[in-house]
Design a protein around this ligand. Structure first.
Ligand SMILES: Cc1cc2nc3c(=O)[nH]c(=O)nc-3n(C[C@H](O)[C@H](O)[C@H](O)COP(=O)(O)O)c2cc1C
Length: 206
């Protein structure tokens, strides 16, 4: 009996895989009304925190966002930080997140990303992007009317973010309506497929 007991393998329960940490951000675009829906998609698979710009607050209905998702705005930055040595929100969020998903991304924030702006008073997102570790994935889904999208600046800026390694989920082609953004299920599946394929290749979470 004693020897059988000795042979018994010690059962070590596998820890459930940790959920990826996703930082969702929204800019002031008409398509920001889909922000809450996309948060819900990601919540089924990931831990989610959210950042919305000042302009995005006009479009995002805070009560639609699940209450398990903390939502940060510019004001939090200064509310949390009072003196040297205290946490700096945009740095903490950039470090916390494994993946940054900005959808919708406005023409303005797109150009600020390309220019490397990090004006905290303007938007929290720019600071996070400026503090971003580009070995971690970032996805953006633009939302602009056709005239803005076809403007040469948009093309130049999209080339520039591609050079930075930022993944663009483009607007649906052939659309001529205002404020087109890729559909939320497409944005979700693009991020998820990319993450899952990295995990399969053994690159793991960052
Ligand atoms: C009703 C309304 C709708 C807008 N929709 C868009 C849009 O779809 N895409 C865009 O790039 N800008 C849009 N804008 C302009 C942005 O809100 C504006 O450039 C803002 O400063 C963007 O700031 P943010 O990038 O910090 O959120 C819209 C403005 C208004 C008033």
């Amino acid at each position: 009996m004693a020897s059988q007991r000795g042979k018994r393998k010690l059962e070590v329960p596998h820890a459930p895989p940790r959920k990826p940490r996703i930082l969702r951000a929204a800019c002031g675009c008409l398509a920001a009304d889909q922000f809450a829906l996309l948060c819900k998609y990601f919540l089924e698979w990931a831990e989610v925190k959210a950042v919305i710009t000042r302009a995005a607050r006009k479009f995002v209905k805070a009560t639609d966002i699940p209450n398990t998702v903390p939502v940060y705005t510019d004001e939090y930055e200064w509310f949390i930080w009072k003196r040297l040595g205290e946490p700096v929100l945009h740095i903490d969020l950039a470090n916390w997140a494994e993946i940054l998903v900005i959808s919708p991304l406005s023409a303005e924030t797109l150009s600020e990303i390309v220019a490397g702006f990090s004006d905290n008073l303007l938007t929290c997102i720019d600071s996070i992007v400026r503090a971003w570790d580009y070995s971690k994935p970032m996805f953006v889904a633009t939302s602009m009317n056709t005239l803005m999208w076809k403007n040469p600046f948009s093309e130049w800026h999209c080339i520039a973010i591609d050079d930075l390694g930022i993944n663009l989920v483009p607007p649906p082609s052939g659309q001529h309506n205002a404020a087109e953004m890729a559909d939320p299920p497409l944005i979700y599946s693009t991020v998820r497929l990319s993450y899952d394929s990295k995990m399969k290749k053994g690159q793991g979470a960052v």
